[in-house]
Design a protein around this ligand. Structure first.
Ligand code: 48F
Length: 270
């Protein structure tokens, strides 16, 4: 095996990572959270030709997929969202008409690899803990980022700002980005009341219906939609999350690219 200098490894890592970070300081879209909605959004945004970065605070992706239902390692997906998982090569087992079961690990791996292969950059261990804004009228123009390890340490370290044409809150049940916007940019008049108790069919339908723009520059998808609109939760059925991610990608692509936006989502979501 080749002799390797420690300094060569260090230089390679710092230089290559810094090059990518510099390239990301002005990007098309920032997706916050690499759960099912964030990965799906990232994949279709990249397929639409947009420069897309997904920031995930953990050192792994998948969000709530890995927990399955009460840690049983299976998830339920209903049509038409199965088309998204088939597109990334995830095996599905037929449960009954238009209902399928997926393995949690296969779903995480295939969805994440679909997102990366499409050209989106996923960066792990980074928290979006604030937003960049301009007014009047109030609009979101970027995200404030910090290493998760710094936040966990409690050290006072100033974060950095990354500009983007659109930021998408895919942070799940706590709608963390919207919560920050509501607290720190009062001009937006944004209230995040939190989700309601479980009602699967309503939750799935309303999550997809309410996915979209919250204010100029800021969008919401996945369970954060339920937190914002105070609609029910659905538990371990994931069709709505995938459709919500696909829908927000479609909306953001149309907003940024206008008539040049290509149709990349394999389903008519409306
Ligand atoms: O929670 P999560 O999976 O959100 P989702 O895409 O899907 C929800 C389902 O998993 C499930 C459900 C529906 O069937 O009820 O819960 O809406 O993924 C959210 C991801 O965002 C990360 C978090 O670690 C997780 O991986 N995240 C949360 N806040 C931040 C963040 C933040 N401030 N910065 C970066 N990442």
């Amino acid at each position: 095996m080749k002799d390797v200098e420690e300094s060569t490894i260090t230089r390679a890592i710092i230089r290559k990572a810094a090059e990518e970070w510099i390239n990301l300081t002005e990007t098309d879209v920032i997706v916050v959270g690499a759960g099912p909605s964030g990965l799906t959004a990232g994949m279709y945004l990249a397929k639409a030709g947009l420069k897309t970065v997904v920031f995930e605070r953990k050192l792994s992706f998948g969000g709530g997929i890995g927990g399955g239902g009460m840690q049983f390692h299976k998830l339920v997906i209903q049509a038409p969202a199965d088309k998204i998982l088939r597109e990334v090569g995830c095996d599905l087992e037929l449960l009954e008409e238009d209902m399928y079961v997926a393995d949690t690990t296969a779903m995480i791996a295939k969805l994440a690899s679909g997102t990366i292969d499409a050209g989106a950059k996923i960066i792990l261990g980074v928290i979006v803990d604030d937003l960049i804004y301009r007014d009047p009228p109030p609009r979101i123009t970027g995200a404030v980022v910090q290493w998760t390890s710094v936040i966990m340490s409690g050290l006072h370290v100033d974060p950095l700002g990354v500009k983007a044409k659109a930021i998408i809150d895919c942070t799940g049940h706590d709608a963390e980005v919207l919560a920050v916007a509501s607290r720190k940019i009062p001009e937006l008049n944004l209230v995040v009341p939190g989700e309601k108790s479980m009602w699967v069919s309503q939750a799935e339908k309303l999550t997809v219906e309410n996915t979209g723009e919250v204010c100029p520059g800021l969008y919401v998808a996945g369970m954060a939609v339920a937190a914002l609109r105070q609609t029910p939760r659905m538990g371990p059925i994931f069709g709505g999350m995938l459709l919500s991610g696909a829908k927000v990608a479609q909306l953001v692509a149309a907003k940024i690219l206008g008539e040049k936006a290509r149709r990349v989502v394999p389903i008519d979501i409306g």
